[in-house]
Design a protein around this ligand. Sequence first.
Ligand SMILES: [Cu+2]
Length: 90
Amino acid sequence: MAAFGFTIVPAGDTTANSGHLHVFLDRDVSPAGATIPAEPGFIVHMGNGADSLKIETVAPGAHRLIGVVGDAKHVPVEPALVDTVNFFVK
Ligand SMILES: [Cu+2]
């Protein structure tokens, strides 16, 4: 994932216009204004400031992956920075 006009930083960093990435795999995005939950393999906090993630436990079939930027406290930034990819695993 890439961000433009926004800086990807580790969780806890309160620099303006920054945040860290979250991945929702086959899960709906959690409500705006609320802390993003964690669910291993399905809702992942990339709290180390990474911009890529490897998930090796995805079952064959159709999937939806949603990337969400959260702030230092794991709450989605506003306005929301979200993107969705649908993909198929053979
Ligand atoms: Cu987080």
